[in-house]
Ligand binder design. Structure first.
Ligand SMILES: NC(=O)c1ccc[n+]([C@@H]2O[C@H](COP(=O)([O-])OP(=O)(O)OC[C@H]3O[C@@H](n4cnc5c(N)ncnc54)[C@H](OP(=O)(O)O)[C@@H]3O)[C@@H](O)[C@H]2O)c1
Length: 283
């Protein structure tokens, strides 16, 4: 019979992560938490997308679509049934959305927010009652340096991540009464599948009207985070997990390609920031 956590001297933290498809940040985080003696519940929309984790006994694989209330509640119930608790929630699932704001179909904007923003809130609302009952827990929201200085062609994504940063700041203050730490993890450019899924998404966009002359610059934005300066997801995950598992985790943790550059952009006067974006992203 399996020994239950409460019978062990030091129970392993139970970590629930969304968006763990192979090759992405969630997948690397799942393995990094597992390497730090955590019980990891790695989730994605389809088990097939994380098939290489299937035989790793340190991980429990579950399917979750963060756009579905029912799917989110089902996985949270399943984890609490099995382990009795959730110690760390990592809201990692996310999608990019590239296109000029004046022409991106509203349905694409809604889809981005439903995944990146409402998906994270769905997870938070399902998990918090369990953490609050035990007066402990950690919530990690994955934001983005893109929200520090909103440039052209990815306004939808930037806005969704800015929303995550704002929500995280509020949650940190509200949830401290229940012993829950809330961490804003803010990746720079990290190797992942994000450009592939962004391209698939981009290819479903209508032909631009006003912005047709900018097509090449807009398309180039799809793969901006996947250049030679991108940080390997394993490196990002290792250092992030170390920070999250600290007794007192930081409120803000940023790491990866362009993160220093974007932090500087955040502080620049707008005329200078706009000048840089105009040259860099050809808008
Ligand atoms: N890579 C970067 O440079 C970078 C920089 C800053 C922030 N981020 C953020 O890091 C997080 C991870 O992204 P990534 O770069 O690792 O991209 P990725 O490789 O494309 O991973 C995204 C993950 O989210 C999942 N996902 C998408 N929609 C979902 C839904 N409705 N329900 C559940 N899961 C869903 C994807 O599943 P499928 O495989 O089924 O699509 C995939 O597992 C995102 O929040 C992203 O915005 C990334």
């Amino acid at each position: 019979m399996e020994k239950h956590d409460h019978e062990e001297e030091q129970p392993k933290p139970v970590v629930l992560i969304t968006g763990c498809s192979t090759g992405g940040i969630g997948h690397a985080l799942a393995r990094a938490f597992a390497a730090n003696r955590c019980r990891v519940v790695a989730t994605s929309r389809s088990r097939r997308s994380m098939a290489d984790l299937e035989h790793d006994h340190r991980l429990l694989l579950q399917e979750v679509d963060v756009q579905s209330d029912e799917s989110v509640q089902r996985v949270v119930d399943a984890v609490v049934d099995k382990y009795g608790r959730i110690d760390v929630l990592v809201n990692n699932a996310g999608v990019q959305c590239v296109g000029p704001l004046a022409e991106v179909p509203l349905s694409q904007i809604q889809n981005t927010f439903d995944t990146n923003v409402y998906g994270s809130i769905r997870m938070v609302q399902a998990v918090v009652p369990h953490m609050a009952a035990r007066k402990q827990g950690k919530i990690v929201n994955i934001g983005s340096v893109a929200a520090l200085a909103s440039g052209p062609w990815s306004g939808t994504y930037n806005a969704s991540k800015a929303a995550i940063h704002a929500l995280t700041d509020t949650l940190r203050l509200e949830l401290r009464h229940f012993g829950i730490d809330v961490v804003n993890v803010v990746p720079g450019a990290i190797t992942s599948n994000i450009a592939n899924s962004a391209l698939a998404n981009y290819n479903r966009m209508p032909e631009w009207k006003l912005f047709k002359p900018f097509e090449a610059a807009i398309r180039a934005r799809v793969s901006l985070s996947q250049g030679s300066k991108s940080t390997p997801s394993e490196e990002f995950a290792k250092i992030t997990v170390e920070a999250v598992l600290r007794k007192n985790p930081p409120a803000w943790f940023s790491y990866g390609g362009f993160s220093t550059f974007m932090a500087i952009m955040y502080h620049l006067p707008l005329f200078l920031r706009d000048f840089i974006f105009k040259k860099w992203l050809k808008c």
